[in-house]
Ligand binder design. Structure first.
Ligand code: XMP
Length: 319
């Protein structure tokens, strides 16, 4: 019978015989798929694997540190951190259109990744945490129906110029199998059950131009939201929850001072597969607590609204 243990055994053997004494590079995002792929490859070929983590400056609070402590300190893996915030923010300057943002972020990612990968000697292989549904989706109509609406760049966006050979050790697995595999490889529940986070990151959760200042506001507000969602035990019941920063300002009052600051929207949805989604019926008290904390703790946001739209016709992300 098919078990996780035998899947790991077979995969390890196959990876070893494919790779031989050459090296493999993998783009580690900290999401479930790339994390599990990294652990499986590490088990097979140890330090012949180099992971590249691109810090695009569009990540959530503490994200780069979390990846560093888990994969470097805890799992003792080879991870290179490319700190490329300036490159991304420069390229995004003045850009407002969501699809242009996605394309720019995708392009700069490939440039930065390519640059890092070139520094690795004897690298012949590029590993990706592609799952079975990703394979199917990218075959149908060039990215599936959703990709026509939003150009996701999870599949097929990585370096072509280097002519690396692809290794996709998860390509026959579904998400639930990847979670089981992750657990078997020592990944914590915390990591295994992480909500999806889009490749373009906070770049598409700031409506309008992406600036350093706005990123810092959004990062703080988003951290508060996540903390409260977890404390109230709602994280596991939601598909995603996050804050969207609007380029609009509204008037408020703080002490005896008039304020004129940003509006933030809370988005929390339930879903099975992201194709459809319903806005989450979060308790009013929880929403109140989150809104209070954001307004009191994040200078620059003085109003919080809750998004009660479902998909379709709305999408999960605002851009
Ligand atoms: P939408 O907004 O289309 O999102 O309802 C559906 C799911 O896809 C995620 N998403 C993205 N993921 N790159 C990604 O890697 C993207 O450009 C992107 N846009 C949306 C979104 O977070 C949700 O889970």
């Amino acid at each position: 019978s098919w078990t996780m243990a035998s899947f790991i055994r077979d995969s390890v053997e196959e990876i070893r015989s494919t790779v031989g004494d050459r090296k493999v590079v993998l783009g580690l995002s900290g999401g479930v798929d790339s994390s599990v792929a990294a652990l499986l490859l590490h088990q097979a070929i140890g330090n012949q694997l180099t992971c590249v983590f691109v810090d695009n400056g569009l990540l959530r609070q503490g994200e780069a540190e979390k990846v560093r402590s888990l994969f470097k300190q805890h799992f003792h893996m080879n991870v290179r951190f490319a700190r490329a915030k300036a490159q991304f923010l420069d390229a995004l300057k003045g850009i407002v259109d969501p699809e242009r943002k996605r394309k720019i972020i995708g392009r700069v990612f490939v440039e930065v990744f390519d640059q890092e990968a070139r520094k690795i000697r004897d690298v012949d292989y590029l590993a990706q945490g592609t799952l079975y549904p990703d394979v199917i989706e990218s075959r149908s109509a060039f990215g599936g129906p959703s990709a026509v609406i939003k150009s996701h760049h999870n599949v097929g966006g990585l370096p072509r110029r280097m002519k690396l050979k692809l290794i996709e050790p998860l390509k026959h697995l579904f998400k639930d199998e990847v979670r089981l595999l992750g657990r078997e490889l020592g990944l914590s529940d915390d990591m295994i059950w992480r909500h999806p986070f889009p490749g373009p990151g906070l770049g598409i959760r700031i409506i309008g131009e992406v600036t350093d200042k706005r990123l810092s506001l959004l990062r703080k507000a988003d951290a508060i939201l996540l903390e409260e969602i977890k404390a109230a035990d709602y994280y596991g019941r939601l598909w995603q929850s996050f804050v969207v920063l609007l380029p609009l300002k509204s008037v408020g009052i703080m002490g005896d001072q008039r304020t004129y600051e940003h509006i933030a929207a809370i988005r929390a949805v339930t879903s099975d597969d992201a194709m459809t989604a319903d806005w989450a019926r979060l308790p009013h008290d929880l929403l109140g607590k989150i809104a209070n904390r954001i307004i009191n703790e994040v200078r620059g946001i003085n109003r919080v609204v809750y998004d009660i739209s479902s998909k379709p016709p709305s999408t999960i992300e605002w851009e």
